[in-house]
Design a protein around this ligand. Structure first.
Ligand code: XUL
Length: 528
């Protein structure tokens, strides 16, 4: 028997998916939720709330919390008796753009990790920066402008790296750290992404950054698939020496570290492969790594992405090009006010008891009370500054109606319709209207949410039979890299679409949304 294991270090949780690579079946998925399982870190949604950081737009997370979560996840996996001794290959996914800063002791400490102690206890002293900026951080406007100016403008940054200089991307974040904390920057020997940090932990040595996730840094040259000397120089002095090498997907990093062998019972022969970003991994997990399928993922952020053969960049700066782990490229548009905005609108009107309702029931109970189009009551549901479009709101904007005056049902519909109308407006540059959308992430469990998506895009919505597309994608990447089976075989067996539960657009509803588009565009213009 042989198994492949995929991890997902995401914003709110750390999960693992185990796949039997002989019979090509998913054995299970196990998760640790940062907020619920590690309350001592005071990060209910996995990050340090912005107000405790002075309301500056900085959003950081504690890498020690991630490490404790990994140890906890491993102990749950052992309790479930997953056959770790028969795991042959490990890969993983990380929330994109987040960075971990480590001093010169990092590699040496990794090489001698003791199973008697926790990962957090041992890695703690190798951090040269206590917290990690993550993708929700939008505090680097100045640094973005400086980088763009140094290389000849945003168009040039985009032509080289696949994105204009973006606040949450790692390069601008590094520049800010180097400017604000020069001594800590000087003592940094390694700057890892979340993905390459965990690949390092598993392999017991500093791991490479893969081209999928590396493209989300404003530092990698898409054409050469390596660091771009000009962008690196424009970002921070001495940065070249602190960046790990760039590796193609499927690159083996090494055998699993002894820590995991002694403590959790892995086979010492198990290979660790370069990890990637959550969106590139989801592309694989959704069976969409060849061009032609559009995916919308309803996670902490909402993302809209698709594989593409040629790197087509967004004309308005809102889209990005990342590496596709199976070769070629992928487009991505990220919307920051995703599931947390849904939670906000729910919380604002619900009693404690009703807050326990899951979204499936919530959809039936509340969306059923309001008509398609919400009688023209539109909302930009931005509880945090939004990135697509760039909008510094910290409360929803509406077209002349007041949230306080309306029922929970009206607010909920306005929030959901606003989210999908915004996705439609900002994905039009991708070209042809998709005939089918693959929907994943927590919100996709609700038929009513899927119906809104289908009606707004005028496309059929199909879901996967299995949740957790990022960790599944990582498991498939481990399986393909270690040649357990081909990508086609894994996809055929594991990326099954739930056709029976597919949702078709209602033509009348689609027309109604078409009619609302001008008013929605006006709402965007009024708030820009
Ligand atoms: C993508 C992005 C988010 C993170 C967290 O650019 O910022 O989707 O990857 O999921």
């Amino acid at each position: 028997m042989s198994y492949v294991l995929g991890f997902d270090a995401s914003t709110q949780s750390f999960s693992a998916t185990l796949v039997d690579s002989s019979s090509l079946v998913v054995i299970g998925e196990i998760t640790v939720n940062f907020g619920a399982d590690l309350p001592q870190y005071n990060a209910p949604s996995g990050f340090i709330p912005d107000d405790s950081q002075g309301g500056t737009g900085e959003v950081h997370a504690n890498p020690l919390m991630w490490l404790d979560a990994l140890d906890l996840l491993m102990s749950r996996i052992v309790a479930e008796q997953w056959p770790l001794a028969e795991v042959v290959a490990i890969c993983g996914s990380g929330q994109q753009h987040g960075s971990v800063y480590l001093n010169s002791q990092f590699e040496q400490v990794l090489g001698v990790l003791s199973p008697e102690l926790s990962l957090a206890e041992q890695i703690k002293n190798t951090l040269s920066r206590a917290t990690s900026p993550i993708w929700m951080d939008n505090s680097t406007r100045i640094e973005c402008d400086e980088i763009a100016a140094a290389v000849g403008g945003d168009d040039r940054v985009c032509a080289i790296s696949g994105s204009i200089a973006i606040e949450r991307f790692t390069g601008p974040q590094i520049r800010k750290f180097a400017k604000m904390q020069p001594a800590a920057y000087a003592s940094t020997q390694y700057i890892h992404l979340v993905s390459s940090f965990f690949a390092s932990i598993f392999a017991g040595k500093s791991a490479a950054i893969d081209t999928g996730d590396g493209a989300g840094m404003n530092l990698m040259n898409l054409a050469t698939q390596d660091w771009d000397a000009e962008l690196v120089a424009a970002t921070a002095e001495g940065l070249g020496a602190k960046l790990p090498v760039v590796a193609k997907p499927h690159t083996p990093i090494g055998s699993i570290a002894n820590y995991f062998v002694s403590k959790y019972g892995f086979n010492s022969e198990a290979k660790v492969y370069a990890w990637s970003g959550d969106n590139p991994c989801s592309l694989v997990g959704m069976g969409a790594s060849t061009a032609g399928k559009m995916i919308i993922s309803l996670g902490t952020s909402y993302t809209l992405f698709a594989a593409m053969d040629k790197p087509l960049t967004a004309p308005n700066g809102f889209g990005h090009v990342f590496g596709n782990p199976m070769g070629g490229y992928m487009s991505l548009i990220c919307f920051k006010n995703g599931s947390l905005a849904r939670e906000e609108v729910r919380k604002s009107k619900q009693t404690e008891q009703e807050e326990q309702l899951d979204w499936a029931k919530f959809g039936t109970d509340y969306l059923a009370q309001t008509p398609v189009g919400n009688d023209g009551k539109l909302m930009l549901p931005f509880y945090e500054p939004e990135i697509t479009p760039l909008m510094a709101l910290d409360n929803p904007a509406t077209n002349d109606w007041s949230l306080e005056d309306e029922s929970a049902a009206v607010q909920i519909r306005a929030c959901l319709e606003g989210q999908f109308l915004n996705m439609r407006v900002h994905s039009e540059w991708l070209g042809d209207k998709p005939s089918q959308i693959l929907l994943t992430g927590g919100g996709s469990k609700s038929d009513e949410i899927c119906q809104i998506a289908a009606d707004i895009f005028g496309a059929q919505v199909v879901r996967m039979q299995i949740a957790g597309s990022a960790s599944l994608g990582a498991a498939i990447m481990a399986g393909v890299a270690s040649k357990q089976a081909s990508l086609e075989q894994f996809e055929l067996a594991l990326c099954q679409l739930d056709h029976e539960a597919s949702i078709s657009p209602d033509e009348a509803a689609h027309q109604k949304y078409n009619q609302l588009m001008p008013a929605f565009n006006q709402l965007i213009t009024n708030n820009s």
